[in-house]
Design a binder for this molecule. Sequence first.
Ligand code: TRP
Length: 446
Amino acid sequence: MSKTLERWGSKRAFILAVTGAAVGLGNIWRFPYVAGENGGAAFLLIYVAFVILLGIPVMMAEILIGRAGRRGPMQALGALAVEAGASRHWRWLGLFGAFTVFCILSFYSVVSGWSIEFLVASINGNFRGASAADIGAGFDAFLANPGLLVFNHTLFLLMTMVVVAAGVAKGLERLNNLLMPLLYGLLLLLAAYAATTSGFGTALSWLFLPSWEALTPSVVLHAMGHAFFTLAVGACALMAYGAYMPDEQSLPRAAMAVAVLDISVALLAGIAIFSVVFSQGMDPADGPGLMFVTLPIAFSELPWGSLWLSVFFLLLLLATWTSAINLAEPMVATLQGFGWRRSVSTAIVTFSVWSIGLLSALSFSTIVDFRPLLGRNVFELVSSIPPDIFLPLGGLLIAIFAAWVLPRGTAAAALGVGERGYLCWRHVVRWVSIPLTLMVLLSGLL
Ligand code: TRP
């Protein structure tokens, strides 16, 4: 691909685009269930610390590489490495990122399909007056229905790839300008509603008062993986967006704005979900079904329950859509870099993600006993190993490239904050982010 001339229309559009990538299932579906399985407040605090110490600095590293390279991740890394007198092999990092988002999008699309199903069901009022047992059984029956899961997975993926095919800057800008403010408003409304429920106090103390005995190396590894996942960092996906970043924008400010928005969405969603969980005396450690089972149960017993629930699933679907578009972009950009047309690249990505996604969709029924690794089925594997291991590993290499390999002049210019700001950032990446990521990865794996 020749140097990209396309740019986001404004600074705000860039921040909205990255926020759209960051805010998604990670905040609203994954954060509550992973926090629920990992002790609540202790997990939350470590994850926030990782967002600050690793997530933000590595996000800057990733975007600055894209901005300095102004083309697809693989080509940007290769060209910048050669300019810096380093090995061209750095470009394989772009391919590793594409592989990571490939795995992630394959299950992401399946779970997003659940939201489509639940949105339709709640609009139809299917949960009205249903008992807790009915709803739990209904969710299990839904998961055991391969046809429905595959249909929704297909629908969601097509919805995503249509926008991607149009070209990210054009397709996304209009979408994000509308969606992000709407999403935020809806979440505030939901959290305000949660404050009127009886579980609100318990939810707050469970989320914010840590019990440190719950803390193990695996909890720390999950918290790190989730910090990368929720910020969309570590797979060169934001690198692909950085290529479209306006020249005059300050990167650290954009990164911090995104992180603050991202964490606050997770907190608002967490408060809303756990208030409901505790009001109804449910178990926070219910796993991936947490949100999908507990919310319909809870809302079904409330006035206007179907309306609240529809609003919630609509919001989730919109957020998920903008994230999935970001997940697809590095793959499409990589194929384009090999000389394929955008439409053809998009078609190839759609078909391969769809096929592998089938394995996740069928992990709940047809191939539930197919456990190729560590006793986990395909869904469990792709929803844990890429976020917890591949993203931190990719982030580590991205950080090393930006802070050790890229020449000072190139990196400082792409960061957009002058010499002192650059040195400060580089110091944090070299002496905090890189060693910390390495340490947590090794201790979590061993
Ligand atoms: N951050 C998104 C979420 O929380 C998921 C996501 C979008 C992502 N783009 C990514 C994760 C790139 C890793 C890499 O739902």
